[in-house]
Design a protein around this ligand. Sequence first.
Ligand code: ADP
Ligand code: MG
Length: 570
Amino acid sequence: MFNNNIRSALLRLDGASYKAYKEIKGSYQVPNFTLIIDYVQGDPFASPSKFRVRIPQKIAQFPLQLYKSPSREIALRDYLTRQFHLVANQISLRRGTGKSGLIAISTPQQEVLARTSAFIDKNFLEVRFVVGLPAKGRRILGRQAAAMLCEDIPTIVEKALLYNSLDAQAIQEQVETVEDADWIRQELPNRNLTSFIPNGAVLPRRSGVDNRPLAENAIAFQSPPSLEVEFDCPNRGHIRGMGIPEGITLIVGGGYHGKSTLLQAIELGVYNQIPGDGRELVVTNPNAVKIRAEDGRSIAGVNISPFINHLPGGKSTTNFSTPNASGSTSQAANIIEALEANAQLLLIDEDTSATNFTIRDRRMQLLIAKEQEPITPFIDKVRQLYNDYGVSTILVMGGSGDYFEVAETVIAMNNYQPYEVTARAKAIAKNYPSNRHTEGGTTFGEITPRVPVKSSIDPSSHKKAVNLKARDLNNITFGTANIDVAAVEQIIDPDQLRAIAHALVYTTNHYLDRPITIPEILDLVMEDIAKQGLDILTDFTSGDLALFRRFEFAAALNRLRTLGIISEKS
Ligand code: ADP
Ligand code: MG
């Protein structure tokens, strides 16, 4: 339409009403790359316009070895996203009203995730970003727009997306680190381990709101000799560190000695981190789920009977629903839902657990008879869970020694260093019996897959067929409902939450026409994404989606307050 000349088009639009920007949608051949404008914003304050650049490998020149394996490819795409972000931040200027002047891409934090912000193959490099097309009031600033599109974007391409402009060694380190981490993670089950923390790892973070490594006075991790294992990684060769065996592991130790910091590193070990993070080779079974109490959440038709029975008023616990769970019922539901989604490892911290869900000591057993206590505490189910379903648990517990009996491995954190104290804990358990009655029976109990009611998962609102918005890290607007995932700690990136929101809509469009269980839905959706990429979740090209796990997808669905469950699969 513009004879491919974007600059003269923009100059001609100078001073026109903002809506006229719509005309520039399309694809432009510029020297070295193709600029694609997929969507143009309606006004300067609206969500910014969606852009792509496609650079032929003839020009970008990334060596094949940097993206030859899936691990390397994801690492390289992440690296390119970060470089684009850095350069765009340096050069993008405010150029008028609203989002005028913005050039922005997804901003990865410490984790390396598969994202739709950048793609690479033998032929092309494609990068997706957003642009705030500049305006003064509601008038187009054509000259400024021309500077952004014809000077700034080519500068970013040149500085951030051409192999020869980049730090080859840093790229190499990133792809090799991610590949090694993926390799160790995949080796864990062969070694009967649930998690690996290498010697020298730096686990503490700068602050509660800054996930970069603690810069000063961080004590590097060193495995106790008895738990030390070695891996021979494809890139960096031999690496030693602490292997946490399958089964039941207790992390004990005084307050402020680093227990929760260790558990958090384990919890994030389901993802890869960038080199220099300090935890980049801390890896955990990818099916590990952090479990916590979450009073106030809604629960839909969950069989929590392994943990909760004979509630006051005869309320069902095999098909338990509430708009307002207690600490203990929420924690029970969080576990059962994780198991329904096929979790293999549960991670629990006393800091965020309901005490009455976790323990019930001898004295309390004597004062409150079992018949008056609906809760079977986790201590009486953790062993059955491992025996019946092969699900391991790592539990931080500084406040009660009652778990000594059921644990196979006890790790004490002392001054931020781990010690294995299993033998001592077992000897203490023998010499000072807790005298508890075990209350859990011989089996864990049944995990009942649920079948959602189609109409209960409805993305429409009275105004729109699909009303969807993922805000920050904690909330999804879905139809007329809000889904609060603030307590779902393993959602670590807003782009993951956005992708989860789209996956919910995708589910309603593709898989709810027949009765289907939640684990079946998870299998189908995750397989579609694995085969066809995150782009299948949206009907427009989007650069702001990141890969999520089935557990966090399930967690969002489970927190949809309208969710209804069919009692018996028909
Ligand atoms: P706990 O759960 O045992 O009470 P935390 O894990 O919360 O302790 O850690 C307490 C404090 O110590 C936190 O501020 C944390 O960042 C810091 N910390 C944890 N591990 C280390 C370490 N290896 N080196 C230095 N500081 C650490
Ligand atoms: Mg703690």
